[in-house]
Design a protein around this ligand. Structure first.
Ligand code: SAM
Length: 264
């Protein structure tokens, strides 16, 4: 995979690249990442890339000339995505989409943003990392690159670790514990030390469901609500209070018999 990141601060990207999972992926040769300097496209000795906005107002705007020139000279791999608050919200599904591409490029805005002609005629899409405003696209680009690269085959030591984690099946992940078994009177749940793999799996499923219901009910809603099996699992693990009738899957099925709700 090849990823190009265009920025007026390419050193921010190239310094960050060498660390952690992304650094390992680079060393493994799984991905090549090019931090491209937008100022390469500047045509004046001061290497200016911005100008004042037409119509007045505060701040400067990244000008089309230098940005088009930098992207075209680098023959940036497509698709090219601008980072911006007005884009499609970045999530795990998009990270997976990107990780399945042969290549893509990211364009980092700065100042008040970029000239609209860059949005209309240069990029293939806009990605937002959330409903807040950063000072520039670099931090957003790093989040996008890291989330995509860690999904590339072979990058994480254990393939299963990216399949089980938060959002991979539309749910938050269950809690993790490590040694010591008791820390300041806080003990690790007994089931995790039982050696019963089936019980551990069921506990993790129940915890994942309970956590998602409590913190992100929208994710449960997006899955179509709770199935009867989900409800049974929650009840069996002491989460009856979370099982409300209106969170049940609305499939048109006949309502479950009351005996099916009893812990077993
Ligand atoms: N004036 C713009 C607005 O109100 O929408 C904000 C510009 S922001 C200060 C400068 C640059 O940071 C943007 O061009 C974009 O590249 C990046 N940026 C800021 N917030 C972002 C977000 N939530 N997601 C992705 N990029 C963002």
């Amino acid at each position: 995979m090849r990823i190009d990141v265009f920025s007026i601060f390419p050193e921010m990207i190239s310094t960050w690249l060498s660390f952690g999972v992304v650094g390992r992926a680079l060393r493994q040769g799984v991905v090549e990442i090019h931090a491209q300097d937008l100022r390469q496209g500047a045509g004046d000795p001061r290497r200016s890339v911005d100008d004042a906005p037409f119509g007045g107002g505060a701040g400067m705007v990244l000008a089309p000339g230098p940005v088009f020139a930098a992207v075209e000279a680098a023959t940036a791999p497509r698709p090219l995505f601008l980072l911006g608050p007005a884009g499609r919200r970045f999530d795990q599904a998009m990270a997976r989409e990107l990780s399945e591409m042969e290549s893509f490029s990211l364009l980092c805005g700065r100042y008040e943003g970029v000239d609209q002609r860059i949005v209309d005629h240069l990029v293939d899409g806009v990605i937002s990392v959330g409903d807040y405003v950063l000072a520039g696209g670099e931090v957003a680009a790093m989040a996008v690159v890291e989330a995509a690269v860690r999904l590339l085959p072979g990058v994480l030591g254990n393939e299963a670790s990216s399949e089980e984690e938060s959002f991979s099946d539309g749910m938050l992940e269950y809690p993790h514990y490590t040694r010591p078994a008791v820390f300041r009177d806080w003990a690790v749940p007994e089931v995790l030390r039982s050696g019963d793999h089936g019980a551990v799996r069921r506990w993790r499923q129940a915890e994942s469901l309970a956590l998602t219901l409590q913190l992100r009910p929208d994710l449960i809603e997006a899955r179509g609500g709770l199935s009867e099996e989900d409800e049974r699992l929650l009840r069996r693990h002491g989460y009856s209070f979370l099982v409300e009738p209106d969170t049940r899957r609305r499939s048109g099925d006949a309502p479950p018999r009351s005996s099916e709700h009893e812990p077993n």
